[in-house]
Design a protein around this ligand. Structure first.
Ligand code: ADP
Ligand code: MG
Length: 674
């Protein structure tokens, strides 16, 4: 007997080699196997008469084999097997390539079900390598799994069947009362039916149950991760220093910045910990808002920490914040992966002694041995790059600590609800008056020489330029890589100019050196991948050329474009794309039309769906197997209520009825550990 914990190698027919193939799909035990769902189904119950099928149509035909199989060796390694089938309406000529096993199993005058594409010309109907099964045994609905090269959908289906046949009932995760309340079938039935449905109804009700379960587990996990939201604050903030801070600034804060600051201050002066998200478009001045709150916290005698997603950003924050605070005599330190061991040791000891007021860094500041004396506020910048777990860990560094999250990704509200849970939100919907609207143009590569001249002219005026490419190395389908660009440009149109190269595969130190050199103005033209997407601030850069622009998401393009137009000079974003696809053209047009991040995000979500919206799983949420955060938004709301109910009764999920649910939460959230 198998249990859900059994290793897949215990399943009959799964040897070491096959197990490894399953492992590459993330399947290690029976549990992950039975939760590996079909991507779609082929409905073989809906058969069609050969005579009525259209040329090119994918059809299911029920027909009798009327000629024996003829073998044709075309050349070495290529054998064709041909035979004919009839369903009374017409005859179809079937060709099977190389599949000797199948060919030998076919019997004249037996009835079969054929599934595949049919080709018709004036006289003959034919099918090439259709799927063929005996009519009596053939199931009517066939699951299609996301297969890999070596592991076919059929093979996966067979193993799942063997596993399910040698198992007792799958342990139920959702207790009866909740199942009844929400109209959900038992897990055992849902799993068996999702893999081997007898009809469409089976699929529907199973899906409903499994989607509900998955979202419920997600909600429960997130709620547990966040713990009890409204925790009493131990950080006593008595005095508001935000006016004093504004006097330190070389500019006047915008109305929106002031509003955000006062919302934060009123949070931290209250009895509960602050949990606030500052959402503002690129360049809206979130750093100044955070700095103001940090200033107040430190002046009240507490330490503060700021975490950025990359070293470049941490470094940049460090520099700009040091200069903002230069007149206040605060002790501010930077802790990243590239700080020397000696300095790290020094920082740690100063930190625990309370001699550092403000620590800025990357996730290096999450390490266990980094301890604060009296941490009062944690700020994370560009939050969408951190996982929910990382944020929770940071908060746990201090007790009753306030958190402020800055995000430049305007995200549609529905997704925001899940990712940010019940954070309070301040929106900065106003740009500083000095900011220029960036002019955006879309051109094809035929414009290259004009673009290069445009860049040379700008560099001649001492301005700088970014050229962004989708890939680092030479690779797939003739997309030019960043490395190739640097090579070609520095020997061609930009001979004699200072070019730099920046990409994610470089060491942190190298990246830093390049960025430094660019912000000092030595590098005139920076060829880069999307590493520059987040936060980088070089006001003297006025041109951004984005090559193969169709390869980027709209939100990503918007983030990239936010790197220019940061000074007082007119700035230009040039999207280069040779793509003729209608959807690409439409998507890029949005960039020309709009500079509103929220509007762009909505378009992006519509065009690409939530899976792609964040790029490579940047949201830090576990990957979902069956539910879809946008399509299943109603269920998402239901499960939120349901999760609250469950936790209210049993916050630690210790009740026997919640045992299996609890195990599944652990499993889902194990994948997001960093
Ligand atoms: P983001 O919201 O993208 O993080 P930053 O905080 O980096 O934006 O601010 C972008 C630039 O605008 C910085 O150079 C900053 O000094 C400047 N800035 C911020 N607030 C104002 C303001 N109220 N007036 C003028 N410039 C400002
Ligand atoms: Mg920023």
């Amino acid at each position: 007997m198998l249990s859900i914990e059994s290793n897949i190698q215990f399943i009959k027919g799964v040897g070491e080699k096959k197990a490894r193939l399953f492992n590459s799909l993330g399947i290690f035990d029976v549990d992950s196997l039975i939760h590996f769902y079909p991507r779609k189904y082929e409905d073989w119950s809906d058969t069609k008469k050969i005579r009525l099928a259209q040329n090119g149509e994918t059809v299911c035909i029920r027909a009798t084999m009327i000629t024996p199989v003829k073998e044709h060796q075309v050349r070495r390694g290529m054998t064709l097997y041909k035979c004919k089938f009839s369903d009374g309406s017409d005859i179809v000529h079937v060709t099977v390539f190389n599949n000797k096993y199948l060919a030998q199993s076919l019997r004249v005058y037996e009835e079969y079900v054929l599934f595949g594409k049919i080709e018709k010309n004036l006289t003959v109907s034919s099918m090439s390598s259709p799927k063929i099964e005996r009519a009596q045994t053939g199931a009517t609905i066939h699951p299609i799994y996301p297969s890999t090269g070596k592991l076919t959908s059929n093979a996966i289906s067979k193993v799942i069947k063997t596993a399910l046949d040698s198992m007792d009932d799958i342990p139920e995760t959702i207790c009866t009362s909740i199942r009844e309340e929400y109209g959900l079938i038992p897990l055992d039935k849902a799993i068996r039916n999702i893999h081997f449905p007898k009809n469409k109804m089976d699929i529907e009700v199973s899906k409903k149950r499994l989607i509900f379960e998955e979202l419920l587990i997600l909600q429960l996990g997130l709620m547990k991760l966040r713990g009890n939201k409204k925790s009493k604050s131990v950080v006593r903030i008595e005095t508001d220093y935000s006016d004093a801070f504004e006097n330190l600034l070389p500019f006047k804060l915008t109305g929106a910045q002031k509003r955000a600051i006062s919302e934060c201050i009123s949070d931290i002066k209250g009895n509960y910990t602050m949990n606030r998200l500052i959402q503002g478009d690129v360049g809206s001045g979130k750093t100044a808002v955070a700095a103001s709150v940090i200033y107040t916290v430190i002046k009240n005698g507490f330490q503060a920490a700021l975490m950025a997603p990359t070293e470049i950003l941490a470094d940049q924050h460090f520099k700009s914040i040091c200069s903002l605070f230069s007149k206040c005599g605060l002790n501010i330190r930077l802790l990243t992966g590239s700080v020397t061991v000696k300095e790290k040791r020094e920082i740690k000891s100063l930190l625990i002694d309370g001699k550092i007021d403000f620590l800025i860094g990357t996730h290096a500041i999450l390490q266990n041995d980094v301890e604060f004396k009296n941490l009062g506020l944690v700020v994370t910048d560009e939050q969408h790059r951190f996982g929910v777990k990382q944020r929770a860990d940071l908060v746990n560094k201090g007790t009753g600590v306030h958190t402020l999250v800055m995000s430049a990704t305007p995200i549609p509200r529905t997704l925001g609800l899940i990712i940010y849970g019940d954070l309070d939100i301040s929106v900065i919907d106003e740009l500083p008056p000095s900011r220029q609207k960036v002019r955006t143009d879309i051109v094809n590569s035929g414009y290259n020489s004009r673009i290069y001249k445009f860049i040379r002219d700008a560099v001649g005026r001492n301005e700088q330029c970014y050229i962004v490419c989708p890939t680092v190395d030479e690779n797939e389908n003739d997309i030019k890589s960043a490395k190739q660009f640097v090579q070609e440009l520095s020997n061609g149109p930009f001979k004699g100019y200072n070019l730099g190269l920046l990409h994610g595969k470089m060491k942190a130190k190298e990246k830093e050196a390049v960025m430094q050199s660019f912000s000092e103005g030595y590098i005139q033209i920076l060829v880069a991948t999307t590493v520059i997407e987040v936060g980088v601030d070089v006001p003297n850069a006025t041109i951004m050329v984005i090559e193969n622009a169709e390869r980027f998401g709209l939100s990503q393009l918007h983030q990239l474009r936010g790197r220019i137009g940061r000074g007082n000079k007119k700035s230009f974003c040039i999207l280069v794309s040779d793509s003729k696809s209608e959807s690409s053209v439409k998507r890029l047009a949005v960039m020309k039309r709009s500079s509103n991040g929220f509007e762009i995000a909505d378009e992006d979500l519509k065009a690409r769906g939530p899976g792609d919206f964040f790029g490579e799983r940047q949201h830090g949420l576990p990957q979902l197997k069956i539910a879809d955060m946008v399509e299943d938004i109603e269920t998402l709301h239901l499960t939120r209520d349901c999760a609250q109910k469950i936790l209210k009764k049993d916050f630690t999920l210790d009740l026997p009825e919640n045992r299996h649910l609890c195990e599944q939460i652990t499993k889902m959230f194990r994948q997001i550990e960093y």
